[in-house]
Design a protein around this ligand. Structure first.
Ligand SMILES: [Ca+2]
Ligand SMILES: [Ca+2]
Length: 180
């Protein structure tokens, strides 16, 4: 696993290195088994910017971007823009982002290229099984120009399709155990 130097405080870098290290160890110790590694708040009472769930590592961006830039930024970190496959994974995201009630977040969900068929760009798989759409969403509003799946602050962090060029924070995800 390569470590990436992040923009941030030294303490934050150390915290992330520690989490990645623990994630790597847990891969070795309990292969194939999900392990919830305790993460410590970088600031008490604030959302963790880097945290783990199961065998995944998640990182909330420090700045906002449109969906395409968000996707590319995650890739440049060796990660992928978030995909949410289960209620448990969704809850792990909510645990952090409810502490940021004013912020919406991009996921890798999109129906670009095939209106109405949402898929996770991170995995190429359809958004099926677990779904967390806000009531009436996705509605492809704004003259049919909403093609990217946001975790919407306006909808208590339920999902909404919005225009992909809207600037949001975003969450990158990686699974170092599986990507070996
Ligand atoms: Ca996922
Ligand atoms: Ca919408």
């Amino acid at each position: 696993m390569h470590m990436r130097v992040l923009i941030g405080t030294r303490m934050e870098k150390m915290a992330q290195a520690q989490i990645l290290f623990l994630a790597a160890i847990s891969c070795a110790l309990i292969p194939g088994q999900s392990s919830l590694i305790e993460t410590r708040g970088l600031t008490k009472g604030a959302a963790n910017r880097v945290f783990t769930f199961g065998n995944g590592t998640y990182e909330i961006s420090t700045s906002m971007a449109g969906w395409v830039q968000a996707k590319n930024d995650c890739r440049s970190k060796g990660m992928k823009l978030l995909s949410i496959e289960s209620a448990e994974e969704n809850n792990a995201m909510l645990e952090q982002i409810v502490l940021r009630p004013g912020d919406s977040f991009w996921t890798s969900g999109s129906d670009l290229g095939h209106e109405g068929n949402f898929y996770w760009e991170a995995t190429g798989l359809a958004v099926s099984g677990f779904k967390y759409w806000a009531p009436g969403q996705p509605d492809n509003a704004q003259s049919g120009s909403e093609h990217c799946l946001e975790i919407s602050a306006a909808d208590n962090h339920l999902w909404n399709d919005n225009k992909c060029d809207v600037q949001h924070f975003y969450i990158c995800e990686s699974h170092p155990c599986e990507e070996k």
